[in-house]
Design a protein around this ligand. Sequence first.
Ligand code: C2E
Ligand code: CA
Ligand code: CA
Length: 356
Amino acid sequence: VLPWDMGRQDVLDFSEELVKQVGRPVILPSGDTSRVSASIGLSSRGFEVASAKDLLEQADFALFRAKEQAAGAVVEFSSRHAESKRREVLVHQAFKNARLDREIHLVFQPIIDTHDGTISRCEALARWDSPEIGMVPPGEFVPIAEKAGMTQEMTLAVFRKVIAQLKVWPDNACIAVNLSAQDVNSQQCTDLMASMLIRQPPSLRKRISIEVTETSLLTDFTEVHKNLMKFRELGVKIALDDFGTGFSSLRYLQELEFDIVKIDRSFVSSIESNDKSFGLVRTISRLCRSLSIACVAEGVETREELEHVRAAGCHLVQGFYFSTPLTAEKMLPYLTGEESFEGMGTLVPVPRRDVA
Ligand code: C2E
Ligand code: CA
Ligand code: CA
């Protein structure tokens, strides 16, 4: 809390200095050097606030934005922030009141095995059509649900829909479900999912996979391990999503016994222009093969990207090049083989070596 009469520039200078001082290396008694960094969010009476609490909330909001930037950032609460905070509050309120079973529906994006053009599985992606505020994309409502600790209800609603869908789709159709960090870390949520699964025949359970991201594994490894093993014991496959964006720990790959690794889109979209991305995709796909883990390239949008990921040894592919997410009804003819995805036609066949 700074004196009322300090000018804006003085406040910024003070903050920069604070970050600089906190960031100075500290020599520990052991002789090692320790470094910490600080980020700062600022708010002032520039925006309408009813109370000190509002002011703190604004500073907190700016701090969130600061943390998204490089360490040591200083961010002032701005009118742009005020707008996105208003939207966040609106979405949060609507989500809290939502009847998710009714308001959420699923679309499905195929993961294609480019050896032969068959569908390896479909990823279920949530769409929320709120009667209060209209369509909200998952990139917006999932982080809000996560921040508010409200993912469980959403995940269970999605999971129920996935099980229902598998019952009406052909027997060879498999579905992947996304789990939030909180779900994977929650004994209650994973128990509830397991109790839904146990009521299904093994032949249905083995058609389900769950996708978890690296960041969800960071909090309590033992708890996450225990929760994930509930799925494994029931025959559900486990995928590591967005691989390469977090810590990409080999320990996770080995100890959590992943069946599938999904290479993040950021590597795929830079694969043509960046030799390092190509090298990384090749290394990850080799690593997966030697560990008997299936490897999927995410976000393949063009023919060139497809050729590159295949040349790098990755033959399971998801992305707009083959298909955007489709409704269950539109997906059906592809699952029955009545229709096939364009773009497979002229691919040079390669011998099948990887696991599926
Ligand atoms: P994700 O799990 O990485 O899902 C893939 C996202 O990439 C989807 O976005 C998909 O539409 C998009 N995508 C697929 N191919 C391409 C491509 O070629 N180019 C580009 N630019 N994008 C592509 P969507 O459906 O908007 O979902 C965004 C994120 O929201 C998902 O990322 C996932 O983290 C989250 N999400 C979606 N549904 C659920 C859900 O049911 N539960 C949870 N916990 N998270 C979900
Ligand atoms: Ca996913
Ligand atoms: Ca992903």
